[in-house]
Ligand binder design. Sequence first.
Ligand code: CP3
Length: 346
Amino acid sequence: MNADTPRFLRACRREPVDRTPVWIMRQAGRYLPEYREIRREHTLLEICHTPELACEVALQPLRRFDLDAAILFSDLLVPAAALGVDFDIVENRGPVVKRPVRDQAGVAALTLSSDLKELDAVFETVRLLRRAIAVPLIGFAGAPFTVGSYLVEGGASRDFRECRLLMYREPGVFDDLMERLADLMCAFIERQAAAGVQAVQIFDSWAGILSPAEYRRHALRPTRRVLETVKTLGIPSIHFGTGTAGLLDLMAEAGGDVLGVDWRVRLGIVRQAFPERAIQGNLDPMALLAPPEMLDRMIDEVLADAGPSPGHIFNLGHGILPDTPIDGVHRMVRRVHERTQAAPSR
Ligand code: CP3
C-alpha cells in the first residue's frame, strides 16, 4: 500500500498512520437533527431502499465531523429480504419479523434469490456514495448468528430463549439456518465490493450470549466462511461483537483482519493476545453524554490502552446513542486526532 492510502485502510492492515483513524458505529442516525428531519418524512426501510436518501443520510455525519471513514447506510435485516423474510423495523424496538423461523419448514422456506434483485438499492447506494466521498466506504453485513437470532426470536430479545432452544433441540435445523445466512451474506458482500466498498464490517453483535463451546459448534464455521469471502475480495474485514471477552480466540480463528470490541475488554490485552490483528474500539457510548473532563479522560484511557503500535481504529464500543450531544462527538473526534498526531511511531 502506498503513502496515499487513507489512514483507516492503513490501520486495518496494521501499517503506520499519521494519526489514529476514527469513525463511529451508527454515525448516521437519530442523534443528528438532520437525520431526524428526514425520518419525519420517511421510514427507516424507505431510506434504506431509496439510494438518494440512503446516500444523503450516510453523508450527514461526514459534513459535521472529521471522520476517517463512511459506512453504508442500511440495516442488519435488509438483506434478509433476499431470503424471502418479511419484516418491519419499528421505532424503539428494532426489527420485527412477521413469521419467526422456528422449525425445519421455516428454514427450508428460506431460499436465496439468484440475483439479489431485492437489494439493488443497496448496491446503487454504494455506487452513489463512492462518487460523493473522499474517505473509505465501509460496507457491512450481520454475522449469521446475529441475523439468525432476529429471524428465530422474531425481534430483539433479552435472553434469546427461542434461538437457544432451537440450537439445543434441533441443532441440525439451526446449522442449516446458519449456512443459508452465510450463503446470503457472502453473496451480499461480493456485490457490495463489486459496487465499491473498500472494507467490510461483520456485525456479530449478539455473539456474546453464546458460550465458547456453542460459538464453536454453531457460529464459528458460517462466520469464518463470510470472513474468508471478504479476504478473497482483497479488502479488509472488521469482526465486531459485544460481550466477547470469552470468545476472542474463536473470533480470531474466524479470521477477520480487525477485532472490534466493546468497552468491557482491555485493548492492551487484545493486542498482546492477538498481535497479528488490528483492533477497533472501544469507548463506552455513554461517555459522550458525560461532562467534558470525564469524556476526555475516558478517551485518553482508550488511547493509552491501545498503545502506540500501529493497527488501532478508534470507535465506540457499540452504536452511538440517540440522545448523544453533537458537542461530545466533536470533542471526541478532535481529541483522538490531536492526541495521536504527535506520536511519531503510530
Ligand atoms: O452505522 C451506521 O451509521 C450505518 C447504519 C446502520 C443501521 N443499523 C441503521 C439504523 C447499521 C450498521 C445498523 C446495524 C444494525 N441494525 C445492527 C448491528 C449493530 C449493533 O447495534 O450491534 C442491529 C442489531 C440492527 C437491528 C436494529 N435496527 C436495531 C436493534 C434498531 C434500533 C431500534 C430503535 O429504534 O432503537 C434498528 C433501527 C436502526 N437501524 C436505526 C438506524 C439509524 C434507528 C433509527 C431509526 O429508526 O431511524
